[in-house]
Design a protein around this ligand. Structure first.
Ligand code: M6R
Length: 608
């Protein structure tokens, strides 16, 4: 999970690839590097840290070239050091490689090359690619890359340049995204087409085991045996929107505040008030196919997984369709059974999460129809699923997901409404749900207007190093998500748990320095969570409750209460989550962590 950017043309390649890399930093930001060919010589520079660090160093060099490749790294093999940063080179430093993915058999290839006298400089799996290409190169650079590829196991996307071929970039992909941008007399390569959209909207995507030779004149793609193949370029229709923080200190805060609008966008034209049902144009399944669905499997990771867990309650209760939610990284190793009439829903904000893509492909192969729920048009997920429901949340820059999560909840609610109205739900109930959905944007606004109060409470709790986040029913995945936000951006150990399970073990951890954030928004389980909180209080645990307006009993139990507008149980995760997001944000701010790009994380997790 790294970002690759390459350029070949008449413009200043070095500044262009650095600009491109900045757009790819969401894929990793622990080190960065660039390689170029100037006057027939391969030059390069690498730095630990963000692209801005590299940029500052490169500016001093005054390099000029029409060809460069660059990389922003999220370390997998080897610490984030200058040596381990990409590009990686062959022994003669004539060939440079940037790579996204993992070479699973890197040890074996490394040993093989070492036995033949090759000595390695870095701890990376990537260096085996550059060394292998260097070793196999007998004067035909393209042939050397082609011969190297079948010896590499794993998933990868690479861009390679060679000093002896100063007008060429060679790229290859295997189960990792790589887009080639076709301009007028200039060509681009990027892990995500968004990064070159400012320059061209024509993109060619490499599929597994394909490689391409890029020159200023164009792209020639080849299959694994180096037979030329024709590839049509796609016209990308999404906007190259430049996103800034505006007046906000962090993207995260800006994205939290965008939610009244993003919720509205997710709902726009997607329901009929008259029929009390959802209208989902992106759903490319006939009425008959939808009606026949007997089982739903949801695949997702991280925050998207929490949206999926919330959906189990929605689909099972409202539509009476059995649902299994699967952690993508575990699912594919189960040898899953796919019965007839199974629908798979793959949820991924980025549409590039390798585990979710792999699990989705496994199900597709076994005959399931796949619906994607995704925020990024043109992403791998969006291109590979049978139907895609877009979140319409706009680019989310902060690594921690906020607005896309609440939009996922909206889209899943609409999808469950669509099924429910086919099976069990009356028109009246459907209308009631739609009314409640429509009220959400203004309810969220009213929570945002309490930000000062939430900040005061956050300051009071910011010094604790351990937390529990508890909820029941709809509030259980909400608690998991609240805990994840705090872990990610404030680096605090936060344990999300179903409140009823505390007495089966975890309550042993409760003491006066381990506070509990309690989600009390589910009316069915409200009396039960009150009892669970009493049990916490009886053990000197502090309680910060998030509860609907009008919940009186909680005041006598919790140390602090943040009230949110009342809504239906199935929508209650949204108001409660807005509070969790603000709470995590202000705690992280108080602790001085790097909120938008937390340590060790990346926005798109493109390795398994
Ligand atoms: O792009 P995806 O929704 O597939 O990403 C899945 C997770 O990596 C992601 O939700 C991660 O947990 C976020 N950083 C959460 O804030």
């Amino acid at each position: 999970m790294c970002g690759i950017f390459g350029y070949l043309g008449e413009q200043d390649a070095v500044s262009l690839v650095l600009e491109g890399l900045k757009k790819l930093e969401y894929r990793g930001y622990d080190s960065a590097g660039v390689a170029l060919i100037q006057n027939g010589e391969l030059l390069s520079h690498k730095e630990v840290g963000k692209v801005s660090v590299l940029d500052a160093k490169i500016a001093e060099k005054g390099w000029k070239s029409g060809l460069a490749i660059a990389h922003t790294r999220w370390a997998t093999h080897g610490k984030p050091t200058q040596i381990n940063a990409h590009p990686q080179f062959d022994t003669a430093s004539r060939c440079a490689v940037v790579h996204n993915g993992i070479i699973e058999n890197h040890e074996a290839v490394r040993r093989l090359l070492q036995k033949r006298g090759v000595s390695f400089q870095s701890d990376t799996d990537t260096e085996v690619i550059s060394q292998l290409i260097g070793f196999l190169n007998k004067g035909n650079f393209l042939r050397a890359v082609q011969r190297a590829l079948p010896l590499l196991q794993g998933a990868f996307a690479i861009a390679v340049i060679h000093q002896d071929a100063p007008e060429e970039i060679i790229c290859a992909a295997k189960e990792s995204p790589l887009a080639i941008g076709v301009g007028e007399g200039e060509m681009f390569v990027a892990s995500d087409a968004q990064a070159f959209l400012k320059y061209t909207r024509q993109a060619i995507y490499l599929h597994s085991s394909e490689l391409a030779l890029i020159t200023k004149k164009g792209v020639q793609a080849f299959n694994a045996r180096l037979a030329p193949i024709e590839k049509e370029s796609e016209n990308l229709d999404h906007d190259a929107e430049e996103v800034t923080k505006g007046a906000y200190q962090h993207y995260m805060l800006k994205e939290i505040y965008e939610q009244p609008q993003t919720l509205q966008n997710a709902l726009l034209s997607r329901f009929s008030e008259e029929y009390g049902s959802a209208i989902l144009d992106g759903l490319k399944l006939s009425e008959e196919e939808l009606f026949k669905i007997k089982r739903i499997v949801i695949l997702a990771c991280g925050t998207s997984l929490h949206a999926g867990l919330t959906a189990t309650y929605l689909f099972e209760e409202k539509a009476r369709i059995p649902v299994e939610v699967e952690i993508s990284s575990e699912f594919r190793y189960k040898n899953p059974i796919v019965q007839e009439n199974t629908l798979a829903i793959a949820i991924s904000q980025s549409g590039e999460t390798a585990d979710t893509l792999a699990a989705m492909r496994e199900l597709k192969e076994k005959g399931a129809k796949i619906v994607g729920i995704c925020n990024v048009q043109g992403s791998t997920l969006a291109r590979e699923v049978d139907s895609c429901l877009f979140l319409r949340a706009g680019p989310e820059i902060c690594v921690a997901a906020t607005k896309t999560y609440t939009s996922q909840l909206i889209v899943l609610t609409l999808l469950s409404l669509r099924f429910a109205r086919m099976h069990t739900m009356s028109q009246q109930e459907g209308k009631h749900l739609i009314k409640a959905l429509q009220a959400l944007p203004s309810q969220v606004k009213s929570i945002l207007s309490q930000a000062d109060k939430i900040e005061r409470i956050a300051k009071k709790y910011a010094h604790y190093d351990n937390f529990f986040f508890l909820g029941r029913r709809y509030m259980y995945p909400t608690a998991l998500e609240g805990a994840l936000k705090l872990k990610e951006i404030a680096y605090i150990n936060a344990n999300g748990y179903p409140a009823g399970e505390m007495k089966h073990g975890p309550i042993a951890l409760i003491h006066e320095n381990c506070p509990t954030v309690a989600y009390c928004g589910d009316s069915v389980t409200y009396p039960k969570i009150l009892s669970n909180l009493m049990e916490i209080k009886a053990r000197s645990g502090k309680v910060l409750a998030i509860a609907p307006e009008g919940s009186k009993e909680i005041q006598g139990i919790a140390d602090d209460v943040i009230y949110v507008p009342k809504t239906l149980d199935e929508l209650s995760p949204i108001p409660a989550t807005i509070v969790s997001q603000l709470l995590a944000y202000y705690i992280a701010k108080e602790r001085g962590t790097e909120i938008d790009q937390p340590r060790n994380l990346a926005k798109s997790v493109t390795v398994e």
